[in-house]
Design a protein around this ligand. Structure first.
Ligand SMILES: Cc1cc2nc3c(=O)[nH]c(=O)nc-3n(C[C@H](O)[C@H](O)[C@H](O)COP(=O)(O)OP(=O)(O)OC[C@H]3O[C@@H](n4cnc5c(N)ncnc54)[C@H](O)[C@@H]3O)c2cc1C
Length: 467
């Protein structure tokens, strides 16, 4: 135990650890954050890519207007100005035909009805079947009865087209898992959260590399007597009656509290021997992860004027026009002959795991040309493929029973991380929530309770009546 302000070790510098570190340092705790990598951000990070010499995000990360805690976190550290918001979502079919989903001034969820009815890639019967399913999801939160969302869609009479062109693009990118491995409540949550209010489905995209966002978090912690230790992996923790002993690269340190904000597989390696760890080990054994692949392409010219688009019916799922989205890039108003940087994303990318870099690039280039004819003429200047094999935990039926809450068998050790019991799937919002929950628990244990979690956005319009 320390004299003076209580000390907290935060293990892991992803969004969960950073949210906990910021909340605790502003509450008078002396925070030391341990991160084993040379940079912050964890699975939502940027770094200089050795082969291309470019600073790249490990993958495009987007948020939505319903991500209240993440947005509040960005505001706290002063990076909310680095997020650009989009109300319109573009869908492109192979061959190039486009549709746009955009809001009008009608109460939620009718605000997207006119553009939904105008979508080219669904026929009238597809739209009727989707509308029926949406009404069912809006009116009652389904329970996890062990069935997958694929089963649910079949039971609710969804057409093949509706599944392939509506449900898959929306849910596979939101939950990074195939429909047969998504529990019904997770799918329902995505739909309900994004439609509960007019701004809830606005998509936020950072205008700076992800690492620049966390520089502000580091400054926030350091300005409040905290310390960030990079390249400092923690090997073990030992809970004591009056504190926690942390082992990191051969040395040991004593803290009053510890927040262990690492992915589930990393926690398994840190748990102390003994009976008390057995329940957590058992819970961890139920988790599986799903991959996401980002394909980064630098062209000698523009291949599209769109900032982003959903790509239908092919392996590649999203196009992000990074050189339009990143603030430092010059606006490409001078025509198409300015270089451009495109990222193509494939969520739940199991089919790409065994493919070589060149095979993935060939596939992406071939498919991209089906959506953007200019890609056929463009010269590819450089490219890289980033496979995140363990990108997110699978939101499979039954998994909620195994997500641990923040308190552990040891009163001074708290868990955080997107995989813990936040009520949200593996997202930046879920990670920040978990960090705040752990921080709240520590302030309570220390006898100076604070509240960090931001309440959910309220339903608006007809959603108030339906939900
Ligand atoms: C490719 C990809 C795309 C994604 N897209 C989106 C998106 O668009 N929108 C969205 O909301 N979410 C997205 N996600 C999910 C989101 O990135 C994660 O849910 C979130 O970042 C998880 O944060 P975390 O802090 O819980 O875990 P992590 O980010 O994994 O952080 C854990 C940290 O702990 C560190 N660590 C591990 N072991 C130790 C140790 N022993 N000692 C010290 N440090 C340790 C790790 O290095 C890491 O930095 C995506 C994820 C990936 C991988």
């Amino acid at each position: 135990m320390s004299a003076g302000e209580p000390t907290v070790a935060v293990v892991g510098g992803g969004l969960a650890g950073l949210a906990a570190a910021c909340a605790l340092s502003e509450s008078g705790f002396r925070v030391t954050l341990f991160e084993r990598r040379p940079y912050l951000g964890g699975r939502a990070a940027s770094y200089e890519h050795p082969a291309t010499g470019e600073v790249v995000d490990n993958c495009q990360h987007v948020l939505f207007g319903c991500c209240n805690n993440l947005i509040a976190f960005y505001k706290k550290i002063g990076t909310d100005k680095d997020i650009r918001w989009f109300d319109r979502m573009f869908f492109i079919e192979p061959g190039g035909r486009r549709s746009t989903l955009e809001p009008v001034r009608l109460p939620a969820p009718l605000h997207v009805t006119p553009s939904f009815l105008a979508l080219n890639f669904l026929d009238a019967w597809d739209k009727i079947s989707v509308s029926r399913a949406l009404v069912s999801l809006f009116s009652r939160m389904p329970r996890d009865n062990g069935a997958s969302f694929e089963d649910w869609l079949a039971q609710h009479g969804q057409t093949r087209n509706a599944i392939e062109r509506f449900w898959k693009p929306i849910l596979i990118s939101a939950l990074s898992e195939s429909l047969d491995r998504i529990a019904v409540p997770y799918a329902a949550q995505v739909v309900r959260e994004s439609m509960k209010a007019a701004g809830a489905r606005s998509m936020g995209i950072p205008t700076v590399p992800l690492g620049e966002l966390y520089k502000q978090a580091e400054n926030y912690v350091c300005a409040r007597s905290g310390v960030i230790r990079l390249r400092r992996g923690v090997d073990s923790f030992l809970p004591l009656e009056t504190g926690v002993r942390l082992g990191a690269q051969g040395s040991e340190e004593l803290f009053d509290y510890a927040v262990i904000a690492v992915p589930f597989d990393a926690l398994g390696k840190l748990l102390p021997d003994g009976e008390e760890s057995s329940r957590l080990r058992e819970q961890i054994s139920h988790f599986e992860s799903s991959p996401i692949t980002g394909i980064h392409l630098w062209f000698d010219r523009r291949i599209s004027e769109l900032p982003h688009a959903v790509l239908l019916d092919r392996t590649i799922q999203w196009m992000f026009h990074k050189s339009e989205l990143l603030r430092k890039s010059a606006p490409s108003a001078n025509g198409d002959d300015v270089p451009s940087y495109i990222e193509v994303v494939v969520s739940a990318s199991k089919s790409l795991l065994q493919k070589s870099r060149q095979e993935i690039l060939d596939l992406a280039m071939r498919e991209l040309a089906e959506f953007f004819p200019q890609a056929r003429e463009a010269k590819l200047l450089k490219a890289t493929v980033i496979k995140e094999v363990n990108a997110t935990f699978s939101p499979a039926p039954g998994i909620d029973r195994h997500r641990p809450s923040s308190p552990t068998p040891w009163p001074r050790v708290l868990l955080a991380g997107d995989w813990t019991a936040t009520g949200w799937p593996a997202t930046m919002e879920g990670a920040v929530r978990s960090g705040y929950l752990a921080a709240e628990e520590i302030t309570r244990c220390a006898g100076k309770p604070r509240h960090f979690l931001v309440p959910d956005a309220k339903s608006e319009g007809l959603m108030r009546l339906l939900g």
